[in-house]
Design a binder for this molecule. Structure first.
Ligand SMILES: Cc1cc2nc3c(=O)[nH]c(=O)nc-3n(C[C@H](O)[C@H](O)[C@H](O)COP(=O)(O)OP(=O)(O)OC[C@H]3O[C@@H](n4cnc5c(N)ncnc54)[C@H](O)[C@@H]3O)c2cc1C
Length: 494
């Protein structure tokens, strides 16, 4: 789609070209575009590059993100393309060829009825993004490439974005999903408050390693004591002999050489893999880990999401996951305001709910980085799985019943009436009436299910938001109607 064909193609309305303009087709922008597409909200996703990002950067999908993918109906596809996390294997000795200890990067847990996805899933970011892109197209959306946003103006009801080639798009809302160096954030003048996590540079690359080279594809190989700095090679699913290389530099002033020759030389110097056994360097980049949080996640009609709102150390595999969940929080709220007339105040709850979550996650990834990023005793605890994240006490959490409080993640369950995650799946709200009578709801946005009993929830009424958190809970339906009205989901019919 061309930008100048936007009108009509994405649902033009009086005064605007599109309801939501999304800037940046990384995982954040792609997931938001998918969510808005399934809600029937006209949206346009623009990307300055001529293609999706080609590297494996964020390669770990945490259990909570897998639950989000279940809701979108693409988890099985993503799981089929990914793999379990391989065991870490330490190589020691002066030549790095002595087999050392093995351990799991993430604490392994058994799946339960309530938490069916208990462990991280390994898949390169570029591979994951390609699957999101496929899904977006299947939903009728697409990415407009070669479209670099360079300017914006806000008016009372619209935001106008300008592009490098002079084109303009007018939208009701703009979502900045344009990454850690966000142009939109800079244009808004929103400060990033944070710190360097580590002054030492790092290099990350995707490399293809010859079949008979030292490393197998069953382990995540670690040379923690390599001279010059630790190195790891992690096998990536989806292509034979493809590995993600991450290298630290002990010297603060080192200048990583991200050319194919530089990458080959680094591997040959620090591991038993020879330079000519790196048959291809698919992509390479250097970075210095930072942890920073945007002062605001919203300015007028513009929202910041994903890396545009928070940047992390890669330790703990939190950045991409937190980004996906930002827009999972924002997407349904935009849908309710734009499609169902919810009060615009609903959109204020995006920053109120997500900024504290991002602040906590920054603390976790910084702590893990400083403990030991590449090697040492670096097993991650369960906190990185993001299943404990919730919005208790938040602006959109009201009441408690049985064993749960509003703001809690709504657990899964396999019941005679159906699997809960399947009942929740889709853009609607779900009201569970457990061991109690359901109130009469004259409202097609809320699906009501009466369950005989489920101990995990206990007895009561539980309203599950479209993003899988309990929004409202009570022993009677007092307050439910008001809550639904705040969300643009009508009255409770009484
Ligand atoms: C080495 C490394 C390992 C990592 N490992 C993990 C991990 O295991 N798990 C995890 O959760 N996270 C991980 N991360 C972090 C993860 O990669 C990021 O959090 C994630 O990419 C953020 O997604 P995003 O869509 O917000 O931004 P990005 O992926 O940066 O996408 C932003 C997009 O916006 C486009 N863009 C920028 N400016 C403009 C403009 N002006 N106009 C139009 N388009 C624009 C860019 O071209 C880009 O495509 C890792 C990062 C690194 C560096």
């Amino acid at each position: 789609m061309e930008l100048n064909n936007v009108k009509g193609a994405v649902g033009a309305d009086a005064g605007v070209d599109v309801d939501v303009l999304i800037c940046g087709a990384g995982p954040t922008g792609l997931v938001l575009a998918m969510d808005l597409a399934r809600r029937g909200v006209p949206a346009l996703l623009v990307e300055k590059s001529d293609r999706l990002f080609p590297g494996s950067r964020g390669k770990g999908l945490q259990p909570r993100t897998q639950e989000v993918l279940h809701d979108f109906g693409i988890l099985e596809t993503v799981r089929a393309a990914g793999s379990e996390y391989p065991r870490m294997l330490s190589w020691e000795g002066p030549d790095g060829r002595t087999r050392g200890r093995e351990w799991d990067m993430m604490e392994r847990s058994e799946p339960t009825e309530q938490t069916p996805y208990a462990n991280g899933l390994l898949i390169g970011q570029s591979h994951f993004q390609a699957l999101l892109h496929d899904r977006l197209r299947a939903l009728g959306g697409e990415v407009v490439f070669d479209a670099e946003l360079t300017g914006l103006d806000q008016a009372a009801d619209t935001v106008t974005a300008r592009f490098a080639d002079g084109r303009e798009v007018r939208a009701r809302y703009l979502v900045a999903a344009d990454g850690g160096r966000s142009t939109v954030r800079r244009l808004l003048g929103v400060a990033m408050n944070g710190e360097s996590v580590d002054p030492k540079p790092m290099l990350v690359a995707d490399v293809v390693v010859a079949p008979d080279a030292f490393v197998d594809e069953d382990n995540w190989h670690v040379w923690a004591g390599a001279s010059g700095g630790a190195v790891v090679l992690c096998p990536l699913p989806g292509a034979p002999r493809l590995f993600q290389l991450v290298a630290q530099y002990e010297d603060v002033d080192a200048v990583p050489d991200a050319t194919p020759e530089g990458v080959r030389k680094l591997v040959a110097t620090r591991t038993p893999v020879a330079a000519d056994e790196i048959t291809e360097v698919v992509w390479a980049s250097e970075f210095r880990p930072r942890a920073a949080l945007a002062e605001r996640f919203r300015v007028g009609r513009v929202f910041l999401a994903g890396d545009a709102a928070h940047v992390h150390s890669p330790a703990g595999a939190q950045g991409l996951n937190t980004s996906v969940q930002d827009v999972y929080n924002l997407g349904w709220k935009l849908g309710q305001v734009l499609r169902h007339g919810a009060p615009a105040a609903l959109l204020d709850t995006y920053e109120q709910e997500r900024q504290p979550v991002a602040a906590d996650v920054l603390g976790i990834s910084t702590r893990l980085h400083r403990q030991a990023l590449l090697g040492g005793d670096s097993q991650r605890g369960n906190v990185v799985k993001q299943l404990g994240i919730g919005y208790r006490g938040g602006p959109l959490s009201s009441g408690a019943a049985g064993a749960l409080e509003a703001g809690d993640r709504a657990p899964d369950g396999i019941l005679p009436e159906g699997r809960l995650f399947d009942l929740f799946g889709g853009p609607h709200f779900t009201l569970l009436a457990i061991a109690t009578e359901a109130p009469p709801l004259a409202n097609e946005q809320v699906r009501v299910h009466t369950l005989n009993a489920y101990e995990t929830y206990g007895r009561g009424l539980f309203l599950v938001r479209p993003d899988g958190y309990i929004g409202w809970a009570g022993e009677t339906d007092r307050g439910l109607s008001d809550y639904l009205a705040r969300c643009g989901a009508g009255g409770a019919g009484r």
